[in-house]
Design a protein around this ligand. Structure first.
Ligand code: NAD
Length: 249
């Protein structure tokens, strides 16, 4: 198993890509903390993981709250003894009908960018104690290119994730901590997607995907698994596109 004896936190683990990642990590032998604001969904996933013989634990976390971050990392240590990996996946969509909405900008930056910073900041001391570890930050193709139907704040937040990843990779390499970003392309819509969930916009976006189809959750989770595992031991500061060639176009 590729994550045997590892302890991992997956934020946004109660839905979508985070759920797929949490389940895959557990299937690969990790003890997984599912950290999310969605309590009922998170507990259901905890139960599903344990039904399949894995070890999962739901912990409520709002990624914008620094105190809650400290509690989640402390729970990983008290329940499972250590922390080896953090996946900063929680996020909200930028498909607000008003592309210049200032409240949306603030919220996007708060959850998608600051939430990742707080996760990195809180996990680093614990990863360092264990002699190293891996952080995988979920950005987006929107962190690399502009998109017509995506709020500027979403692109800015995902661009921030892309570069804070490289910054942390350089700063903590000496501690044996690898930090990489994953950039999903056109996937099933997020819970918070509006315009980009309409068939008109989805069809238009799909026209720009060389592989000609939507990506699956498992295809993203597999990329995250690789970067979190020891197979990626010489990879840090990298940005891995999981976009069917969208950004190669
Ligand atoms: P989703 O809406 O299904 O899942 C997002 C999860 O994040 C939810 O469980 C939600 O409760 C959680 N979350 C939101 N705000 C939170 C907060 N403040 N604290 C803790 N948890 C919070 O969407 P998804 O498609 O699974 O998206 C996962 C990640 O992938 C996001 O970062 C998203 O930006 C990124 N992404 C998604 C797509 C896509 O098309 N679905 C494409 C590129 C990137």
């Amino acid at each position: 198993m590729r994550l045997e004896n590892k302890v991992a936190i997956v934020t946004g683990g109660a839905s979508g890509l985070g759920e797929a990642t949490a389940k895959l990590f557990a299937a690969e032998g990790a003890k997984v903390i599912i950290a999310d604001v969605l309590e009922q969904e998170g507990r259901e996933i905890e139960a599903e993981i344990s039904e399949t013989g894995g070890i999962g634990l739901f912990v409520r976390l709002d990624v914008t709250d620094e105190n809650q971050w400290e509690e989640v990392v402390a729970t990983a240590v008290s329940r499972f003894g250590k922390l080896d990996a953090l996946v900063n996946n929680a996020g909200i969509s930028g498909s607000d009908p008003d592309m210049t909405n200032t409240v949306a900008w603030d919220r996007l930056m708060e959850i998608n960018a600051k939430g990742v910073f707080l996760g990195v900041k809180t996990a680093i001391p614990e990863l360092r104690k264990g002699g190293g570890g891996a952080i995988v930050n979920i950005s987006s193709i929107s962190g690399v290119i502009g998109q017509e139907y995506v709020h500027m704040g979403y692109s800015a937040s995902k661009g921030a994730v892309r570069l804070l990843t490289k910054s942390a990779a350089v700063q903590y390499a000496g501690d044996g901590i690898r930090v990489n970003s994953v950039h999903p392309g056109v996937m099933d819509p997020m819970r918070t997607s509006k315009i980009t969930a309409t068939s008109r916009v989805r069809d238009q976006m799909l026209d720009s995907v060389p592989l000609g189809r939507v990506g699956t959750r498992l295809e993203v989770a597999n990329a995250v698994l690789f970067l979190a595992s020891d197979e990626a031991s010489y990879i840090t500061g990298a940005e891995l596109m999981v976009d069917g060639g969208f950004t190669a176009n």
